[in-house]
Design a protein around this ligand. Structure first.
Ligand code: GTP
Ligand code: MG
Length: 439
């Protein structure tokens, strides 16, 4: 996510790192480079100019604090400025009402339908009763798309395939939600290729009549400056409550994330980072700023992990680990858990330092595939008692999984490595408990 910008900002700030203090002279190049980096990332020109002017002013005005190096101080100033620019505090959505109604708007292909389902899934995990309404009456496949997603995440979808009146469908969906004990209704609507009057009228009418507790505007971050312009046009007509930036996982240069709040004065509330239902993040300006500056985002990573990991499964594994009984069934289950976290590249970017370390290196999301294939080629007994895997079995496993004997050997070694590590953890844990007992 936004690797290019991170890389360039890092380069710009590096110049300052060796300096004893920040001065008008040594900061000039850095500021210029930061501005260029922002412009290259498609940040709105005015926004880039204002923020760099402010950074400069603040940096020069800083008293010299001997304990803080100028480079670090400067990174902090930039991080604070970026945070402020992206809205400062995280802003929650309003789901009050019976049901609370969330209206989704945006251009064609921006990711509205995908987001409708992702948001439903997120709210469902928080224990809410969700209903999705299919109000895209133009594209015949739209209803089926939402229904398929609803089925996948176990959420009801209200649709009327024969009805050509979006407002009527939405109103019936509200009734349906009420009589079926649903607390939140998310309304997916139709998009157009470009802003056009008919679409604007329709979405305006929906907002007026439904009186939603929250109206969200979904925009594809890969469209760069256009994303900001469309947001402005929609906001002028719709006065929406928040922005959803999708496709931040792709080649998006990220400028939209940085400029939208400044230009439209509406907060970004969610970001989409992939096609899967789990690829949705609540937008936290401070965490995003840290991520952009390559400082990592451990909090988001932990939250993601907590969401993806099945607590029961974690407990079971922990028990086995402590008894030193880890087998390949467990490794397989770990691989499946990892997959739920999202792309390895995104995960790497969230760990401080790792994103930078991996810069320019391709992180292969398929790295786990051979490992998984090899484990799947083992018999149940082999997975439980890997020590019985002799050269004949190795050969069979390699053939079955399309790998080499060397790879099978490596996998077996990996397991030994994990076991060794666990032994160490166990030892230090038991020492800790012993110490506690002493006290
Ligand atoms: N990589 C990536 N793809 C996404 C994301 N969000 C949506 N997509 C993909 O973008 C395409 C369009 O998404 P939809 O949800 O159908 O978009 P829409 O706004 O409902 O489109 P219309 O109904 O035609 O107006 C689909 O292929 C999605 O899988 C995202 O965050 N990242
Ligand atoms: Mg759609």
């Amino acid at each position: 996510m936004l690797e290019n910008l991170t890389q360039k900002l890092d380069g710009a700030i590096k110049n300052l790192k060796g300096q004893g203090r920040i001065s008008e002279i040594n900061i000039a190049t850095t500021i210029k480079e930061i501005r260029r980096a922002l412009l290259d990332a498609d940040v709105n020109y005015k926004v880039a100019k204002t923020i760099t002017d402010e950074i400069k002013e603040e940096a020069i005005g800083q008293k010299v604090i001997t304990s803080v190096k100028p480079g670090e101080l400067f990174v902090k100033i930039v991080s604070d400025k970026l945070t402020e620019l992206m809205g400062g505090e995280m802003k929650e959505i309003n789901t009050q009402g019976s049901p609370g109604i969330i209206l989704i708007s945006g251009l064609q292909g921006s990711g509205k339908t995908t987001f409708t389902a992702k948001l439903g899934n997120l709210l469902k995990k928080k224990g809410k009763q969700i209903l999705l309404a299919a109000c895209d009456i133009y594209r015949p496949a739209a209803i089926d798309q939402l229904k398929a997603l609803g089925e996948q995440i176990g959420i009801d979808v209200y649709a009327e395939p024969e009805n050509k009146n979006a407002l009527e469908i939405a109103q019936n969906a509200i009734k349906h939600a009420k009589s079926n004990g649903k607390s939140i209704l998310i309304v997916d609507t139709a998009g157009r290729l470009a802003v056009d009057e008919a679409m604007m009228k329709e979405i305006e009418g929906l907002k007026r009549e439904l009186n939603p507790s929250e109206t969200l505007f979904v925009v594809d971050s890969m469209t760069g400056q256009d994303a900001v312009n469309t947001a402005k046009t929609f906001n002028d007509r719709l006065d929406f409550d928040g922005v959803v930036l999708t496709k931040l996982d792709g080649d998006s240069r990220g400028g939209a994330a940085i400029s939208i709040k400044a230009v439209v004065d509406k907060p970004i509330k969610f970001i989409g980072t992939g096609e899967k239902m789990e690829n949705i993040d609540i937008f936290h300006p401070d965490r995003m700023a840290k991520r952009i500056l390559g400082m990592g985002d451990v909090i988001s990573l932990v939250e993601k992990a907590q969401q993806a990991f099945d607590e029961e499964e974690a407990k079971r594994l922990d028990k086995k680990l402590r008894k030193n009984q880890l087998d390949f069934n467990d490794l397989l289950s770990q691989i499946n858990q990892m997959k739920k976290l999202g792309s390895l590249k995104d995960i790497a970017g969230m760990i401080p330092g790792v994103g930078k370390m991996m810069k320019g290196k391709e992180i292969d999301d398929n790295a786990m595939v051979p490992m998984e294939a090899m484990i799947l080629s083992m018999t149940p007994t082999e997975r439980e008692k890997p020590e019985i895997i002799d050269s004949n079995r190795k050969k069979r496993i390699a053939q079955g999984s399309g790998t080499t004997i060397q790879q099978v050997n490596n996998l077996l070694k990996t397991r030994e490595g994990i076991k060794g590590m666990m032994k160490m953890v166990n030892k230090s844990q038991s020492k800790k408990t012993k110490n506690k007992k002493k006290r």
